[in-house]
Structures are given as structure tokens and as C-alpha cells.
Design a protein around this ligand. Sequence first.
Ligand SMILES: C[S@@+](CC[C@H](N)C(=O)[O-])C[C@H]1O[C@@H](n2cnc3c(N)ncnc32)[C@H](O)[C@@H]1O
Length: 242
Amino acid sequence: MGDVWSISILNSQATERLGYPTQKPEKLLERIIKASSNEGDIVADFFCGCGTSITVAEKLKRNWIGVDINHLAIGLIESKRLNPLKAEYQVIGFPTDQAQAEKLAEDAPFEFERWVVEYIFKGHCTSKTGDGGFDGHIAFKDGKSKKLCLIEVKGGACGIAALRAFNDTVRVQKADMGLFVCFEKRATSGMKKYCDNKGFIKIQDSLFSESVPKLSIITTEQILNKGFPVWMAQFLYNVTYT
Ligand SMILES: C[S@@+](CC[C@H](N)C(=O)[O-])C[C@H]1O[C@@H](n2cnc3c(N)ncnc32)[C@H](O)[C@@H]1O
């Protein structure tokens, strides 16, 4: 092999492209992994980004460990790479039960927000320099155009006043919808009713055409028990980064 490998850059039109800015081509990792390991060996990548190395390791029947500081990267690896391969794996580092979620919210509120916005909803956290009244956002496809959803995460005390303030932010920011995330014990019936009164928007898609609520409360219990409302699958399917 020469010193410069022409396969080290991912073609802008490549079908394997996920939109992760530093993604490497599978061909490159295939060459490296085949040259340096055998079936059954362990491949470890401690800055694995969107997981090219561990995906190739899985395909080449290696065991693997992938680590990344970016929550969104971990979510992308699961949904776009490991799950389609039906790979067996365990994610370590995110809350898996109520007690862990409450502890994270208390000990590290910003990490709690990142878990919700980046890992669960595959969105982007809002810069903390100016308080815009929301913690993150997602863009989702609506036919040929895009819609904007704001996310507000409350790991501690909150009530109808916080929900009203968030709804005002959604309106002022000209966003299409809002997700308000809190613990079940904080979500009062008055808050749920307030959301119900805000109505629905339609999402167009070649596969689905679905109504989603303009304002919704999603509880950490729903997140942990994978008990999302039915429309959420459609919504997450339509999240886009382009
Ligand atoms: C150059 S990218 C890796 C790209 C990867 N080869 C791919 O194909 O997607 C480097 C990664 O290191 C991660 N990173 C940066 N600092 C880190 C840290 N302290 N611990 C773990 N990961 C970190 C970034 O989030 C980024 O995804």
C-alpha cells in the first residue's frame, strides 16, 4: 500500500453517508480491521463517531467496543447501523430506570438534557449562552419541506406556568411544535389538558400521513418504558439533519 489511501474520504454522494460530519468510509475501516485482527478478536474505537469501525467490525465477525462523548452519535449508531444489522449490543452510560434518571437530573442537569434531546430525540441542544426558553430542537421532514420542533426538558420542579412559558417560546420562535419533557409526577392533568387544547399539525410523507399534537408532554417514564404515543414513531422517522 502507498502512504496515501484514496479510500479514506467518504464520497459526498455515498449511500452509506449518515450526515455525521467526520464519518469515514466503510472500505477504509475494512482494510484496517482486516489487516490488524482476526475473527473473534476485539476491535475498540474510543472516539467512534457514527460508528464506522464498529459496524465493519460487526460485519467482519469481530467483537467490538465503541465509545463516544456525543449522545447523538450513539443514537445514530444504534438506529442506522446496529439495529439494521440485528447486532447484539449493550449501551452503557445512559439512565435505564427511574432512579438513575432522577439522579442524573439532580447531579448533572445539562447531561440530563443532552440525554433527552440528543440521544432520545436525535436533536440538537441549544447553546447555553443565552436563555432562549428551550433546551433543544429537531427539524423533521414534511413532504418536500421541513418543520421545526422545540424541546424543553425539566428535570426538577415544574408546572403549568413553565408549560405556558414554553408554549409562548414555541410561538415566538415560529416553531411548528413543542415537546415538553418532565417526570410523570410533575405532569398534572391541568398541564395535559392545556396541551390537548393546542390542537394538531399534519406531517406529510410518502409512507405516512399523520397528525401530531402541536404541544405535548413526554414523561421520562414514557422514555424509559418505550411507551411513546403512536405518533412519535412517525415523528422520529421524519427527523432530518439536511
Ligand atoms: C473524527 S471523529 C470520529 C469519526 C469516526 N471515525 C466515524 O467514522 O464516524 C472523533 C469523535 O471523537 C469524539 N470525541 C471527542 N472527544 C471525546 C472524548 N473525550 N471521549 C470520547 N469521544 C470523544 C467526537 O464526538 C467525535 O465523534
